[in-house]
Design a protein around this ligand. Structure first.
Ligand SMILES: [Zn+2]
Length: 279
């Protein structure tokens, strides 16, 4: 089964035609995990999952870019973030809904630093919030969807910080979403027990290092996702992304690994079903 393990149909990019996008998912017999990036979008992911049981599932969490007010220019879809302080109690109450299958996305993002915030304060606040998210996932026995992005020229540092937090907490039930780093980083996470998930970025030209990571990540540790509305695959690049385009990601995984599309669809679907315990 084709499963988009990370989309944001809960975002305003779909406010005008969500019904049509949803119908295409249903027609394709797919499943989608809608991921929250702050409390309001987490709540909305839960609502969508309740409206479409067996098709949509929810992940709830606070993305690190929402810890500070700032302007973000995400793949030509600029937005202003509103500051939120993580409340484990509030998220825990939301997680009582049985359609919530994961905590996330949470993690470290050293890429988007507002100029007025000092680096040290910025990173410390992120690590604190991330640890709270990990602790909540552990308490609720839910997997965690990990977001990690480094500053230009300093790509590895947040991954190492993240791994340190996870190892100290003793938790490995997580997936590194939208993986865009290199094989040595992927290997460290795989060795520590984590899953790796790839987006349409693997369909873009000039991604040699990433291609190596796709080739070397074992198929039973790999998942596919769109991160829609962002990161539309090369074939539909420039458009708003949507869950059905995850097939282009699966197709590229098949091409890079020299196996069939059907094998990738079946195994990644099985991986996602087990990892998120989808019913
Ligand atoms: Zn995302």
């Amino acid at each position: 089964m084709l499963i988009d393990t990370h989309a944001h149909l809960n975002f305003s990019a779909y406010k005008n035609d969500l019904d049509e996008v949803m119908q295409r998912i249903i027609d394709d017999g797919m499943r989608v995990i809608n991921v929250g990036s702050q409390y309001s979008t987490s709540e909305r992911a839960v609502k969508l999952a309740n409206e479409h049981p067996g098709v949509c599932y929810a992940a709830i969490g606070l993305h690190p870019i929402h810890l500070f007010d700032m302007e973000v220019d995400e793949a030509e879809m600029p937005f202003t973030t509103r500051q939120e302080k993580f409340s484990a109690e509030r998220y825990q109450a939301l997680a009582r809904d049985p359609h919530v299958v994961a905590i996330g996305e949470m993690g470290l993002d050293y890429f988007h630093r507002p100029p007025k915030i000092k680096e040290e304060e910025f990173e410390r606040a992120q690590r604190w919030t991330f640890l709270k998210g990990v602790q909540l996932a552990m308490k609720l026995r839910l997997p965690i969807i990990l977001h990690c992005r480094g500053a230009k020229g300093d790509e590895h540092r947040p991954y190492l910080h993240m791994l340190k937090v996870l190892k100290e907490a003793g938790y490995s039930r997580g997936v590194l979403h939208c993986f865009t780093a290199d094989w040595p980083i992927a290997k460290q996470f795989l060795d520590a027990g984590f899953m790796i998930s790839f987006t349409g970025v693997i369909t873009y030209p000039k991604t040699k290092l990433l291609e190596e990571a796709v080739k070397k990540t074992p198929l039973d540790r790999l998942m596919v996702e769109t991160d829609a509305p962002y990161l539309a695959p090369q074939m539909v690049r420039g458009k708003r992304n949507e869950p059905r385009f995850v097939r282009y990601v699966a197709d590229r995984v098949a091409e890079l690994k020299g196996i069939t599309y059907e094998e990738v669809e079946e195994q990644t679907g099985k991986n996602a079903t087990e990892f998120f315990r989808l019913r």
